[in-house]
Design a protein around this ligand. Structure first.
Ligand SMILES: Nc1ncnc2c1ncn2[C@@H]1O[C@H](COP(=O)(O)OP(=O)(O)OP(=O)(O)O)[C@@H](O)[C@H]1O
Ligand SMILES: Nc1nc2c(ncn2[C@@H]2O[C@H](COP(=O)(O)O)[C@@H](O)[C@H]2O)c(=O)[nH]1
Length: 199
């Protein structure tokens, strides 16, 4: 059972339904969340991965509707005003948000839904869904985090600097979350996430 917050006419109410689970994977940019997530989904195709909406420009190889829904800032702000997001945040100069309906429908259908999101959004989910399982992925060191973002070779040096600046504050927030996993050896980290989800 999980408590779902629903907002009706501005008032917040809670419904109790036989539901699936909500999992939040968070941590600083470049720590390996997306790579871990992709491997987890290959191992456990029964999981539902929520595709986020963003105002960031697509990176080489990213596909609209698969990696993200890429939209303009104006459109994003309209969707915020319409209450279309379960959570949203501005991160390193771009908006990111989780579409509300898709996630709630999957949870109502009994699925385990996984969100891979940044810190502010993860905090919003923890506030709305206290029973969500939240996992914070840590780098083995700050130097290694920097290496990973640089080696990924996808972001401008300005974007990398912004992301690393955020990372200092984000890492301090790790104890707020249910589980902390250090992504040093990839397989070890992946196994730890799977163990947290499936015991
Ligand atoms: N355990 C690991 N050891 C070494 N490199 C890793 C490890 N895990 C992931 N990486 C590499 O680190 C880089 C960043 O990983 P990834 O893009 O998954 O990070 P992220 O946390 O999803 O970043 P963002 O939040 O910016 O989307 C990638 O090049 C990935 O291959
Ligand atoms: N609050 C949210 N954060 C999200 C969402 N989707 C992705 N993200 C996080 O944004 C940063 C940057 O992502 P990138 O693809 O530009 O590297 C990263 O931490 C993602 O996890 C979302 O829907 N809401």
């Amino acid at each position: 059972m999980m408590q779902v917050l629903s907002i009706q006419n501005g008032a917040t109410t809670q419904e109790s339904l036989p539901l699936g689970r909500l999992i939040v994977l968070t941590g600083p940019s470049g720590v390996g969340k997306g790579t871990l997530m992709r491997s987890l989904l290959q191992r456990h195709p029964e999981l539902y991965y929520s595709v986020s909406v963003t105002t960031r420009s697509p990176r080489t190889g990213e596909i609209d509707g698969k990696n993200y829904y890429f939209i303009s800032r104006n459109k994003f702000e309209q969707l915020v005003a319409q209450g279309e997001f379960l959570e949203w945040a501005e991160f390193a100069g771009n908006y990111y948000g989780t579409p509300r309906e898709g996630v709630l429908n999957q949870i109502r259908a009994g699925k385990t839904v996984v969100l891979e999101i940044e810190l502010e959004g993860a905090r919003q989910i923890r506030a709305s869904f206290p029973s969500a399982l939240s996992i914070f992925i840590l780098p083995p060191s700050f130097e290694e985090l920097e290496q990973r973002i640089r080696n990924r070779g996808q972001d401008s040096s300005e974007a990398i600097a912004r992301r690393l600046q955020c990372a200092h504050e984000e890492i301090k927030a790790a104890p707020e979350f249910d589980i902390q996993i250090v992504n040093d050896d990839f397989e070890t980290a992946l196994n730890a996430i799977a163990a947290a989800l499936f015991g």
